[in-house]
Design a protein around this ligand. Structure first.
Ligand code: NAD
Length: 256
């Protein structure tokens, strides 16, 4: 279905980004990966589907590195039809103890990076008369939790930007939407499980159960594969008129 399209997924060497990259490749897209860590393994997991796989090591907290990433996409991969702004980090602390450097990093990676990729890629999408921008926000773009002020601020901002850009592109074949997951068991969340296990002096399994029980009524983690398939759907013609939506995939978190 996505044959001939090229997708850029920021922060796609692990977790949700890697799951989305794999789904896009499974459905025929070529994929440009980005992020740190085990790049070879991520590349191999996407190449499994015979997609053309690119990679750029940009640190998306840095605008000049994002510009280099976009140049790479254009020069080496023929441009970007599908942009998935996924890179993100978390830091948990009350606001009066929040390290200034962590606040700046969360806002730069989770919010500002999507501004830079969007502003740099939109002109080419307009010229090609087709595009998809999918911002991986969070339930924390719609509601808050204590001790996550930077993350909640960034994700609310990302949903705001999603709506604004969706309006700016509303009469074109470019759509802009946000996906808002609840708990997904990725390295980002495993660190919070570990902290919970330590704090409550319980096993890893019990810490997971407690984390889910607080917020996610299904008591199930969403999987990266499920978010990947939703991303593919948002790229399909059936989703042509879904614009500026913030779609929660949260096991009932926001229904409460
Ligand atoms: P993860 O830690 O597994 O993956 C994060 C990815 O971003 C990695 O590939 C990492 O290398 C990359 N990354 C981090 N900093 C970067 C930087 N400066 N430049 C480039 N790449 C960078 O996390 P995840 O859970 O898969 O999270 C992915 C996205 O989903 C984030 O935006 C996160 O906020 C969002 N999200 C996650 C959950 C969850 O429960 N896991 C829930 C809601 C939203």
């Amino acid at each position: 279905m996505l044959t001939g399209k090229t997708a850029l997924v920021t922060g796609s060497t692990s977790g949700i980004g890697l799951g989305i990259a794999r789904s896009l490749a499974l459905h025929g897209a070529n994929v440009i990966l980005n992020g740190f860590g085990d790049v070879a393994s991520a590349k191999a997991q996407v190449a499994e589907f015979e997609a053309q796989v690119g990679y750029h090591p940009a640190d998306v907290s840095k605008p000049d590195e994002i510009a280099a990433l976009i140049k790479y996409c254009e020069m080496e991969m023929g441009g970007v039809d599908i942009l998935v702004n996924n890179a993100g980090i978390q830091h948990v602390a009350p606001i009066d103890e929040f390290p200034v450097e962590r606040w700046d990093a969360v806002i730069a990676i989770n919010l500002n990076s999507a501004f830079h990729t969007t502003r740099l890629l939109l002109p080419a999408m307009k010229a090609r008369r087709w595009g998809r921008i999918i911002n991986i926000a969070s339930v924390h773009g719609l509601v808050a939790s204590a001790n996550k002020s930077a993350y909640v601020t960034a994700k609310h901002g990302l949903i705001g930007m999603t709506k604004a850009v969706a309006l700016e592109t509303a009469t074109s074949a470019i759509t802009v939407n946000a996906i808002c997951p609840g708990w997904v068991l990725t390295p980002l969340v495993q660190r919070q499980v570990d902290a919970r296990a330590q704090q409550d002096q319980v096993s890893n399994e019990e810490a997971k159960r407690r984390l889910l029980a607080e917020k996610q009524p299904s008591l199930q983690f969403t999987t990266p594969e499920q978010l990947g398939e939703l991303t593919v759907f948002l790229c399909s013609p059936a989703a042509d008129n879904i614009r500026g939506a913030a779609i929660n995939v949260d096991g009932g978190w926001l229904a409460q």
